[in-house]
Design a binder for this molecule. Structure first.
Ligand code: NAP
Length: 307
């Protein structure tokens, strides 16, 4: 079965915009993009748009009644680790309680729920992780995201998928948050020296690959957890150096440091990254290489600046 009436929450974020781009290319989807802003931050005529704060129960109920989605992709999240630690009740409301509410609506209406989650549900001692690994978050963001996952699992026998991903990078329009790749490129192009951790390892994910993986899940009726990330396992320092190389910037400005260097920082899992065999086998998911991903970011930045 194809789930084609697609409700996207958090559509103004990095992933939300990528998903709108991805599904908008295909006329079999009827997409309603929603986000907190009155108007979309992206220019794309291929979908409907409505304001929606996922923490507002009446507004969520109204969207379900009016649009009657048969799949909901929840991209809304408080995704900034430090902000989650500082604003805990807001983080819980968005990342956990709102997910529980979405899951209940999906169970009642029979809609499929695709919930986006994170490698930060793991403690990072034994990555890369597959879907059978036991979550054990080390910070509040990870706890809220795991609570969101559990709310999806516990909502009943509904049709759901939890898609976990890792260190997203890519481009979008008027994003409220940058991402590591754009930030490193920006700082280096200003000639700023950078301290980057070399004891945290990840499998960075081009956001368009994640969007393509999620699109496959709209055709896939299985319930369960999917690890959808890039395939290259690198330290954050190696990632920053790769950005310098691909963007033609000065890598000698980047100094490797250990996580202890940032004394006040929220704890982060040292070694995450994903084994993506399940997504490869079941979804035919094939992410681009990191080098290709960085080249694609550079090309799309040039596209935005000449637009
Ligand atoms: N970014 C990463 O490296 C990463 C890694 C692993 C997993 N993930 C997960 O991937 C998903 C997408 O992340 P992303 O990188 O696209 O994050 P993002 O750019 O911060 O997008 C999240 C969007 O959710 C919106 N939002 C926040 N509270 C909301 C609310 N109450 N109602 C409706 N929308 C709300 C934000 O709106 P505003 O713009 O108005 O704040 C933002 O546009 C999240 O579930 C995140 O946990 C991200």
């Amino acid at each position: 079965m194809l789930f084609n009436r697609v409700l996207i929450t958090g559509a103004n974020g990095l992933l939300g915009q990528a998903l709108v781009r991805c599904l908008g290319q295909n006329r079999e989807y009827d997409v309603l993009a929603t986000a907190r802003d009155d108007t979309p931050r992206f220019e794309d005529g291929s979908c409907g748009y409505a304001p929606l704060d996922v923490t507002q129960p009446d507004d969520v109920a109204r969207i379900f009644e009016d649009f009657t989605p048969n799949v909901v992709v929840n991209c809304a999240a408080m995704s900034d680790v430090a902000a989650c630690d500082e604003h805990r009740s807001e983080a819980w409301a968005v990342n956990a309680r709102a997910v529980k509410r979405l899951a209940k609506h999906c169970r009642t209406t029979g809609a499929r729920l695709v919930q986006v989650s994170t490698d930060f549900v793991f403690n990072g001692t034994r990555g890369p992780y597959d879907e059978t690994a036991r979550p054990d978050p080390v910070n509040y963001y990870g706890r809220t995201k795991l609570a969101g996952e559990n709310a999806v699992r516990e909502a009943g026998r509904a049709n759901w998928a939890i898609v976990r991903t890792v260190l997203l990078y890519g481009t979008g329009q008027n994003l409220s948050r940058s991402n590591l790749v754009l930030w490193v490129a920006d700082e280096l192009s200003k000639g700023e020296p950078l301290h980057i951790v070399d004891d945290q390892h990840r499998t960075p994910t081009h956001v368009d690959d994640l969007a393509a993986g999620i699109e496959r899940l709209l055709h896939h009726e299985e319930t369960g957890v999917y690890h959808v990330s890039g395939a290259d396992f690198v330290s954050v320092y190696e990632l920053a150096c790769a950005v310098a190389t691909e963007f033609g910037l000065d890598a000698s400005l980047i100094e490797p440091v250990s996580s202890d260097f940032f004394e006040d920082d929220v704890e982060r899992p040292p070694r995450t990254g994903f084994v993506i065999d399940k997504a490869r086998d079941e979804l035919d998911y094939t992410p681009r290489s990191l080098d290709q991903g960085l080249r694609d970011v550079q090309a799309s930045l040039q596209g935005f600046s000449s637009a």
